[in-house]
Design a protein around this ligand. Structure first.
Ligand SMILES: [Zn+2]
Length: 245
């Protein structure tokens, strides 16, 4: 592999084709795009060049997708889908090309992705399924992911949770990086949180700067009470008490 590894993410369905319809009405085309967008962002943080077959809710034929994928000359194509079955159907699976010759390593990656999705979601691993699907004819490693079942009410709600989608996208990314022996680029550590400031610290700083308070050390504890006399003296010093004009 020369240069950055190229990945095409294909959010399944779109536009006039809703794909599967969930127990609570989730449209597969929407959840596919949501997961694909998160996946694109996470993959983009690593040393991967990422393309999307569709960025919005648009109708796109399998042939259009196939042509777009070919133009990108990717090393890997991941088609993102969610499954439909009965109300009790459950689990993650990955589809690999059933026609033509699979690319070397393609089924190994698909198997690892099915395992990673099931483990992240805490649902059964349905493993690999052969599939004749247009986008799986691409001249690169190609896999279609079926994260879980939208027709299963509990699984639909699980799959809709943003933090679950994020965890899923992260696991898919790390599985891909591991498969191609690419380094994971760790995010920079978050800056140490600054100590919590007292709510009145800003006012104290201003009062010191204005010369109203000459002894800042006496004001170190901002939660001690102030006598009425001192309060009036400071009001006077601050020019608040100036009498009627
Ligand atoms: Zn689908």
């Amino acid at each position: 592999m020369t240069g950055k590894m190229r990945v095409v993410i294909d959010p399944g369905h779109g536009g006039t084709d809703p794909g599967a319809i969930g127990a609570a009405g989730t449209l597969e085309k929407d959840i596919n795009l949501a997961l694909a967008n998160i996946l694109r962002n996470i993959m983009g943080r690593h040393d991967l060049e990422v393309y999307m077959t569709r960025e919005g809710d648009r109708t796109m034929s399998i042939n259009e997708r196939f042509i777009f994928i070919a133009k990108c000359k990717p090393d890997l194509m991941i088609s993102v889908h969610h499954n439909a079955g009965g109300v009790t159907s459950t689990g993650s699976e990955a589809l690999y090309r059933a026609s033509g010759t699979p690319m070397p390593g393609e089924t190994t990656l698909a198997k690892a992705l099915a395992e990673a999705m099931a483990a992240t979601l805490g649902i059964p691993n349905r493993g690999l399924k052969p599939h004749v699907h247009g986008v799986l004819k691409s001249d690169c490693d190609s896999v279609t992911l079926e994260a879980g079942f939208l027709t299963n009410p509990a699984e639909e709600q699980l799959l809709l949770r943003p933090e679950v989608q994020r965890g899923l996208a992260e696991e898919i990314t790390y599985t891909v990086l591991h498969h191609y022996r690419l380094p994971a680029i760790m995010p920079a550590p978050a800056p140490a949180p600054s100590p919590v400031q007292h709510w009145a610290q800003g006012s104290l700083d201003k009062a010191i700067a204005a010369g109203i308070i000459a002894t800042p050390e006496a004001w170190a504890d901002l939660d001690t009470t102030l006598s009425k006399g001192l309060f009036l003296a400071f009001m006077d010093k601050a020019g608040v008490i100036s009498g009627k004009e």
